[in-house]
Design a protein around this ligand. Structure first.
Ligand code: 13P
Ligand code: SF4
Length: 339
C-alpha cells in the first residue's frame, strides 16, 4: 500500500504565510514557521486563546492570535472567551485587565517584564494623595495602569472612550490619570475641568510636529493619523486622532492614498498586510515593552503555563469594579475624532 507523504511544517503553515507575504520576506518565513505550527497545536490541545494587541509583530498578530485589537477590544473580548487559558500578547497591564475580568482562568503573559512607562509613572499612594488634595472629585484612570492604581479610582478608560467616560460622570471636575497628553486631548473637547498627572508614553512622546511637517512637505496628499498619547502639537498637525483600533478602522474605511500612522511601528505592518491600495509612510518608534513578546516566549509560556498573572485579592475586587464600570458605560460611545 502506498504511504501518504507527511506534510512538512512549511506546508502546514503555508496558508498563514499568505496573510503576511507583503510584510515578512519569504527568506525569513522558515524561521517563524516551526513556532507558529507548535503554538497553534498547543492552543488547540490546551483550550487556550491568544489575545494580541495591535502593536504585536505581524507573525504574532496575523499567524497565532485569535483576538486582536486595541486595549478596549481586548478587555471586551476577554470577557467572552470560553477558553481555559488566555495568553496576552501585549503588556502587563493588559494581562492584568484580562485576569481581573477572568479571575478563574489562567492568564499568561510570556514576559513579565513587558511593562509600560505610563503604568510605571504612578502608584496607588499617589492616587490616595490626589484624593486628599481634591476631596470629592471623581478619579478616571487610563487602563494603562497597575491593578493597585485601578483599585483607587472610580472608573477606567481607554484611548477609545476617554471623552465619553469623563462626560459620563456628570461632574464639572475630574481627576484624569496618568497620561498628561491624553488628558489635555480630552480637556480640549469638554467643559469638564481636568486635573491630571505627569505621565507620558515613552514611544508617543518622541514624535514631533516638525517631523510630521517634514513628512507632509515630502509627500503630496499625505493623511496623518495619530494616537492621543502624542504631544498636543503633534495632534494638531494630524488629520485624525484615535485609539489604535480607530486608526485601523480609519485606514480600512477611508482608504487614504498615502497614510502616516503616528504610533508604534508594528501598526503599519499589521494594517498594511491586508491592504494594497494605500501607501504607508513609516516613521518607526518601537515600544520596547511590546517587543519583549515573541513567538518563542509565547510557545514556552503555553508549554509551561507560566508566567501566570496573579493579582492581590486585596485590590482585585475594587480594580475589577473600575474596569467593569468602564465596560458598562463605554460600550456604545467609541468614536475617533477628526482633528
Ligand atoms: P490603544 O488602547 O489605543 O490600543 O492604546 C494602548 C497603548 O498602549 C498605546 O500606546
Ligand atoms: Fe505603554 Fe507607550 Fe508602550 Fe503603549 S506604547 S505600552 S503606552 S510604553
Amino acid at each position: 500500500m502506498a504511504t501518504q507523504p507527511i506534510p512538512s511544517i512549511l506546508d502546514t503553515v503555508a496558508p498563514l504565510y499568505e496573510r503576511v507575504r507583503t510584510v515578512i520576506p519569504e527568506i525569513e518565513w522558515p524561521v517563524f514557521a516551526p513556532d507558529i505550527a507548535a503554538i497553534n497545536e498547543l492552543k488547540a490541545a490546551k483550550n487556550a486563546v491568544i489575545l494580541a494587541h495591535n502593536y504585536q509583530t505581524p507573525e504574532i498578530f496575523h499567524c497565532v492570535a485569535d483576538i486582536t485589537g486595541d486595549s478596549l477590544a481586548l478587555a471586551q473580548r476577554a470577557v467572552d472567551t470560553d477558553a481555559d487559558i488566555i495568553v496576552l500578547a501585549g503588556v502587563h497591564f493588559m494581562a492584568e485587565t484580562a485576569k481581573l475580568l477572568n479571575p478563574d482562568k489562567t492568564v499568561l503573559i510570556p514576559d513579565l517584564g513587558a511593562g509600560c512607562s505610563l503604568a510605571e509613572s504612578i502608584t496607588a499612594a499617589d492616587v490616595r494623595k490626589l484624593r486628599e488634595q481634591y476631596p470629592g472629585v471623581p478619579v478616571v484612570t487610563y487602563v494603562n495602569t497597575s491593578a493597585e492604581v485601578k483599585a483607587e479610582c472610580d472608573i477606567c478608560c481607554t484611548s477609545g472612550n476617554a471623552l465619553a467616560i469623563v462626560e459620563s460622570l456628570g461632574s464639572d471636575r475630574v481627576i484624569f490619570l496618568p497620561d498628561e497628553y491624553l488628558a489635555s486631548y480630552v480637556a480640549e473637547q469638554t467643559d469638564v475641568d481636568i486635573i491630571t498627572w505627569q505621565g507620558r508614553c515613552e514611544v508617543h512622546e518622541r514624535f514631533t510636529a516638525d517631523e510630521l511637517e517634514s513628512y507632509r512637505a515630502g509627500h503630496d496628499d499625505l493623511t496623518i493619523i495619530a494616537h492621543p498619547e502624542c504631544p498636543p502639537d503633534v495632534l494638531e498637525t494630524a488629520d485624525f486622532v484615535g485609539s489604535t483600533a480607530q486608526m485601523q478602522d480609519y485606514v480600512v474605511n477611508e482608504r487614504p492614498a498615502k497614510v502616516l500612522m503616528v504610533t508604534e511601528c508594528s501598526m503599519s505592518d499589521n494594517v498594511s498586510a491586508g491592504i494594497d491600495d494605500v501607501e504607508f509612510i513609516r516613521p518607526c518608534n518601537l515600544c520596547p515593552h511590546m517587543k519583549r513578546i515573541t513567538l518563542g516566549n509565547i510557545r514556552t509560556s503555553l508549554e509551561t503555563l507560566t508566567p501566570a498573572v496573579e493579582i492581590d485579592p486585596a485590590v482585585a475586587g475594587r480594580a475589577r469594579a473600575a474596569v467593569e464600570r468602564m465596560l458598562d458605560i463605554g460600550r456604545s460611545k467609541m468614536t475617533g475624532v477628526a482633528a
